[in-house]
Ligand binder design. Sequence first.
Ligand SMILES: Nc1ncnc2c1ncn2[C@@H]1O[C@H](COP(=O)(O)OP(=O)(O)OP(=O)(O)O)[C@@H](O)[C@H]1O
Ligand code: SF4
Ligand SMILES: [Mg+2]
Length: 373
Amino acid sequence: MTTPLLQVEDLKMHFPVKSRGLFRRVVGQVRAVDGITLHINSGETLGLVGESGCGKSTAGRSIMRLLSPTGGKVILDGVDITNLSRREMVPHRRTAQMIFQDPYSALNPRHTVGSIIGAPFIVQKVKPVGGVRKEVQELMARVGLNPEHYNRYPNEFSGGQRQRIGIARALALKPKLIVCDEPVSALDVSIQAQVINLLQDLQQDFGLAYLFVAHDLSVVRQISHRISVMYLGHIMETASRDVLYSAPQHPYTHALMSAVPVPNPQLAGKRERIMLQGDLPSPINPPKGCVFNTRCFAAQERCRVEVPELIEVTPGHQVACHFPITESLGTTLITGPDPGLTEQPDNAPDSPNAAATNAVFEAGAEPWAQRQS
Ligand SMILES: Nc1ncnc2c1ncn2[C@@H]1O[C@H](COP(=O)(O)OP(=O)(O)OP(=O)(O)O)[C@@H](O)[C@H]1O
Ligand code: SF4
Ligand SMILES: [Mg+2]
């Protein structure tokens, strides 16, 4: 068996909650990530999905060591980076890079594109053959930017182009892993497709692995080889894309699947919809036992006292549930390629089916709980 590029074991990230007033005592903990275990192999994409506030970004930032985890382990390319200092982390930043959700705030408006993309070379004291400028211009061309725009500023680019700048910067040091935190959520639907296609091309060319964080199951399905479903700081289910979409076993995954828009109205009418009751509980005071028990349609007494372990039910399929659902509930009716993620040119006008496509993505872009309540 090959060793995974990234191994995350029982990772925890708790943020202290402090009282008001002079002494600011610690009065609780936000358990944003509360013991997640996952791995990513070289060249593969693991999608990480879950509703807003479930801890996806915190997980990504902890794995990247932008945060110092409260517990657990992060092993990157064979090195335990969990407790490395900021300085000790510097060489390992070449192995893993990050792309952020908001292409506007992620780029310094006072720096030119050339200096933004070239910054990793300076920080890491890397001298590319032919010089930084040549290398940056090659990167710009590779991600679909005009290399002659080297001296332009971020505000001269569209949202999609800015995301390409972020991708070029992440690629500069030839990483093995890129953590993508909702890289297309802020973009128009046609631009989303272009950026997803670019990420897939780059994966093929450079053998990159991605941790792809998103709350839109349509987008995650398009790009992921395997998918982990997260809820209130925990992994609820991990499976290959096809298994997760055709035969999920966790009640929460069923609820998510039942809310994915189906473009065919006849099929959509046949599908069972599972409505989640109430809001996501507070990660400061999560429910005892299974954290999903307050909203789960399959909950029983045991769920309120005993935390379910993430158990492998079939090879590569892990579920954290005392009563996994093994029969079809009629919640998954997705077959064939995803609609709306076909490549379009930068200046593409709205296609005839753009309205339908937009509807798919607009619905998919809402936090799950809000959509279902
Ligand atoms: N620095 C922090 N201090 C305290 N609490 C935090 C901090 N960062 C995140 N949290 C809390 O941790 C929880 C998880 O937040 P996180 O941003 O990781 O969720 P998310 O799944 O990425 O949500 P979204 O889909 O909205 O981006 C939330 O309750 C959030 O308020
Ligand atoms: S352990 Fe119980 S509450 Fe949790 S998901 Fe399974 S059935 Fe639902
Ligand atoms: Mg987030």
